[in-house]
Ligand binder design. Structure first.
Ligand code: ACM
Length: 506
């Protein structure tokens, strides 16, 4: 099983699961029961003496106990989410209609077990997003951070701002491979979600106990919106960005631009029920604010206004770690990405923090040095490297470590033009991450468990990277590489986080 449960007793001997098995479930578990019926393709007609689903408040909130025997199967969880996790474990135990006799007690280490999906660089149709959520939930992750906008595309409708999608959701051409090679495909790319699409994603995720945390990146990474509404920018009159890298074309700070951001966030809050709303805040160059009395003060001022607006709607800021030196409100949750230092800085400064250092958690980074890897970029991040990741960096006190509410892997899609490609980069590394963040690592058994797990993923049609390396069809000829050296990247990260040292945060 992956992630491995905290405590497992399994018999070698298996028994056939009666396809006519009856189901009795607490009424609060009707949703879990309906999901399980579909997941294991059995009618599970109501009745006593077969499969029992129950809430047992003595279990940890997300935890569960599972027992299987020919006489009956029981899953009791501290909450409906706990029962759901137990049902996912049952699904993994079930093979060719047979179950082992088992007694399992299980609960996660972290409450934020996340994955970020970038649907801005490449749009992903709703059905593929639902499948992505389903697979994340299969691995007991519970947060989907949805990166909805960037320089290269705006991906959802906002009432009153139609050009965001008629203009901002398309680009005429897309860079192929790493920036240094300056290659383009000269083919249009685009797509966006309606409010109903997003509601469908939220509802589907909720049925799987996955919270969708939306992100609208601001005030940088905004070129697509500025291409749609030039009055939001600082004189930029170009289109949606076709190349990778960071645009210097950022929002201006007129009332119109502030009202735009407030409108967008109000709309986002009407769709996404989560308390945390992502406002990005990463990589915002100040070049275009050179006329301001203090360009460095602009983003902190802007962040405070957006935080105030979200607070008026009963929400809180989720933002990248640049916000630590750029006006993060006290109740913000920080996504710490620029190497391990910002996790330490955020926790020491008293913020709740989600650990996602690029060198351990960025699934766009290359999986091996095999020349057949598709567009190898970033530092080497093998399956074993992900498995070795500890969300809590060394040197934190117990109290500081307690502020690390979890971790997430981030799937940036510059070099992933399809769901198949996303599968390849995400799996099996997400399997390793799931065990890290559930907190039950057992390196001695991981490889063997993964091998049988991969046959389940193959049966589900997941285009994971084989443990033996890329297949010829996984290559991306014409989209050239730019692999990075870890030492160089660590040096670069040191320079990139000078703001944290200047602010006395590390
Ligand atoms: C990021 O990678 N710019 C958050």
């Amino acid at each position: 099983m992956i992630p491995r449960p905290s405590s497992v007793h399994l018999d070698e001997e298996t028994f056939a699961l009666d396809p006519e098995i009856r189901l009795s479930a607490d009424p609060r578990l009707a949703g879990v029961a309906a999901w399980l019926r579909d997941a294991i393709s059995l009618p599970l007609t109501p009745g006593e003496g077969g499969l029992r689903l129950a809430i047992d408040r003595s279990q940890p909130p997300d935890g569960y106990a599972l027992s299987t025997a020919p006489a009956g199967i029981e899953i009791s969880g501290g909450s409906a989410a706990g029962v759901f996790h137990g049902a996912q474990t049952l699904r993994q135990l079930l093979e060719n209609g047979r179950l082992p006799r088992a007694r399992i007690a299980d609960a996660p280490r972290f409450r934020w077990r996340g994955v970020m999906l970038d649907v801005a660089r490449h749009f992903m149709p709703v059905a593929d997003v639902l499948r992505f959520v389903d697979l994340a939930a299969y691995h007991k992750l519970n947060v989907l951070h949805l990166h909805l906008t960037d320089d290269q595309g705006w991906r959802f409708e906002v009432p009153g701002w139609p050009r965001l999608t008629s203009v901002g959701a398309r680009r005429s051409s897309t860079m192929q491979g790493a920036r240094q090679h300056a290659r383009y495909d000269d083919r249009p790319h685009g797509g966006f979600y309606t409010a109903d699409d997003l509601r469908q994603i939220v509802a589907y995720a909720a049925e799987r106990f996955v919270t969708v945390v939306p992100e609208v990146d601001m005030p940088g990474h905004m070129q697509a919106a500025i291409a749609a509404y030039p009055e939001l920018g600082n004189g930029f009159a170009g289109g949606v960005r076709e190349s990778w890298g960071i645009s210097t074309h950022v929002l201006n700070v007129t009332d119109r631009a502030l009202d735009f951001c407030r409108d967008v966030l109000t709309h986002v809050c009407s769709i996404f029920p989560t308390e945390l709303i992502g406002i990005g805040g990463d990589e915002c160059p100040v070049d275009e604010w050179a006329g301001a009395p203090d360009p460095a003060a602009v983003q902190p001022w802007f962040t405070a206004l957006m935080a105030e607006h979200l607070a008026s709607l009963g929400r809180r800021v989720y933002g990248w770690d640049e916000l630590l030196s750029r006006g993060a409100p006290r109740d913000a949750v920080i996504a710490a990405w620029r190497g391990p230092a910002p996790t330490v800085a955020a926790a020491r400064a008293g913020f709740s923090v989600v650990s996602c250092p690029d060198i351990s958690c960025y699934l766009d980074y290359r999986q091996s040095d095999d020349p057949g890897e598709p567009t190898p970029v970033g530092t080497l991040l093998t399956l074993d490297d992900v498995y070795a990741f500890d969300p809590i960096p060394p040197g934190l006190t117990g109290e500081e470590a307690g502020r690390v509410i979890g971790a997430q892997v981030n799937v940036w899609t510059e070099h992933m033009e399809s769901a198949r490609r996303v599968d390849y980069m995400t799996y099996p590394r997400l399997c390793a991450f799931a065990e890290v963040v559930w907190g039950t690592r057992q390196p001695e058994s991981f490889r063997a468990r993964l091998e049988s797990h991969l046959s389940r993923l193959a049966a589900m049609g997941v285009n994971f990277r084989p443990l033996t390396g890329p297949r010829p069809a996984d290559a991306r000829p014409g989209a050239p590489r730019q692999p990075r050296d870890l030492d160089d990247r660590l040096e670069e990260l040191h320079e990139m986080t000078a703001d944290l040292r200047k602010a006395g945060l590390v």
